[in-house]
Design a protein around this ligand. Sequence first.
Ligand SMILES: Cc1cc2nc3c(=O)[nH]c(=O)nc-3n(C[C@H](O)[C@H](O)[C@H](O)COP(=O)(O)O)c2cc1C
Length: 193
Amino acid sequence: MRATKIVTFAGSTRTGSYSAALSALAAKEIALLEAEPVHLSLADYALPIYDGDCETREGVPENAKRLHGQLVAADGVFVVTPEYNAGFPPLLKNAIDWVSRVRGQGDAFGGPAWAIGCTSPGALGGYRASQMLRQSLALGLNCLILGEQAMVANASQAFDEAGNFKDDKQTARLRGVLKKLIELSALRAGLRA
Ligand SMILES: Cc1cc2nc3c(=O)[nH]c(=O)nc-3n(C[C@H](O)[C@H](O)[C@H](O)COP(=O)(O)O)c2cc1C
């Protein structure tokens, strides 16, 4: 039986991004849990700001179709958001909006199971951004999303130089969320009874 395939990506392409660090660490943990990680960066899927006239004129950009293809091919998705003004950032919203415009090539949102991660250098860990992202994915796009999520507060202090958590409890929490995501993804994909 093939391994359960989990895509991870973050809503930031900033050098030194905490969200990208969590996404990369999740990919490492997914491999340790014997699933197949596919770690993506939105930097490789550059997109113009969504504009209906642009879509009418030129259709959905190739990069949105490529990203859509990656999500359709996944059994599960772990998406990590930073927090901008108590919401999730335009980079992530724009990518989701464009991908939602791809038609007839599989269901990028309703197909895989989803789990959310969030980070912030502040004390709330990006919780407010995660709630807004959850609303968009669940209510807007019919995603099945784990209730549990991986939140990293005080993110500037959380990671060591190798990109692992300094605190073992944080590693255990992330591992717990990913284990459930892998189980749910495998069940939905018919990889496990
Ligand atoms: C426009 C903007 C708004 C922000 N608003 C918040 C906020 O509401 N809550 C918060 O915890 N951090 C906020 N921050 C700080 C970000 O959490 C911080 O820049 C973080 O490093 C961004 O995520 P990244 O490290 O993944 O790039 C904001 C940053 C920017 C640029």
